[in-house]
Write a protein that binds this ligand. Structure first.
Ligand code: ARG
Length: 243
């Protein structure tokens, strides 16, 4: 009889534990990408993506747990199931789609070229050839600079976007190539920086990444995204972070 109770108790315990973990959505991000994700003055991880995924998780009846890590480690963390999804200003690209599935797009961006005010050596994309460009490791800005624009990134690839920005501030790099909304944010921090206008950059779209085969999770994320757009939460967050 004692044994029976022991089994029942451990079963109940197990069920509770399983249920609890099933309600947690573990989210990977790189909190070095304000205003999408950053560490705020209280040491909390905050930002548009954080608020968005929390609002979505609420619709899904789930709790969010955030794992902050280097951007170039996020896809690996997802594929090894350390996290359930990634929301981190991640551009939907064909290369990444070979590895993961993305939700419907939730934000549009382009790459911006950030330079010191008064530096007018870059007027066209061709002018970027051979220029020293500071970038964040593993980002579309990094790949574009190195592979498409012929920039020199030999010693200007950083884990932290803030280090890339400092390179431009200090004159160590000619420019930084990073997503436009994040570039705008750096302009607020450093008065000496500006964005090169009139460059013809392709449009990128951000999606939330999940492992392939996670069709149920993908569908419920898409439903939740549609729901927070529908009920106005999405627009509130746009107003909060981008106006
Ligand atoms: N949109 C770019 C990309 O997908 C940059 C994203 C960087 N995100 C971050 N949280 N550091 O590569």
């Amino acid at each position: 009889m004692k044994k029976f109770f022991a089994i029942v108790i451990s079963l109940v315990f197990c069920l509770c534990a399983c249920a609890a973990s099933a309600e947690t959505l573990t989210v990977g991000l790189n909190a070095e990408f304000a205003p999408f994700e950053y560490v705020d003055d209280n040491g909390e991880i905050a930002g548009f993506d954080v608020d968005l995924i929390n609002a979505m998780a609420e619709k899904m009846g789930m709790e969010v747990e955030i794992e902050d890590m280097y951007f170039d480690g996020l896809l690996g963390a997802l594929s090894s199931d350390m996290v359930d999804c990634l929301i981190t200003g991640m551009t939907i690209t064909e290369e990444r789609q070979e590895q993961v599935d993305f939700t419907e797009p939730y934000f549009s961006a382009t790459q911006a070229v950030v330079v010191l005010k008064g530096n007018d050596s870059i007027k066209t994309l061709e002018d970027l050839q051979g220029k020293k460009a500071a970038v964040q490791d593993g980002t579309t800005g990094h790949f574009m600079a190195a592979d498409d624009l012929g920039c020199d990134v030999s010693d200007t690839v950083y884990k932290f976007s803030s280090d890339a920005a400092l390179d431009v501030v200090n004159g160590r790099a000619d420019c930084m190539i990073i997503d436009d909304a994040v570039a705008q944010n750096f302009l607020k921090l450093y008065d000496e920086l500006t964005i090169v206008e009139g460059l013809d950059m392709p449009v990128e779209e951000y999606g939330i990444a999940v492992n392939k085969g996670q069709d149920e999770l993908l569908a419920s994320l898409n439903d939740a995204l549609a729901a927070v757009i529908e009920d106005g939460t999405y627009d509130e967050l746009i107003a909060k972070y981008f106006q």
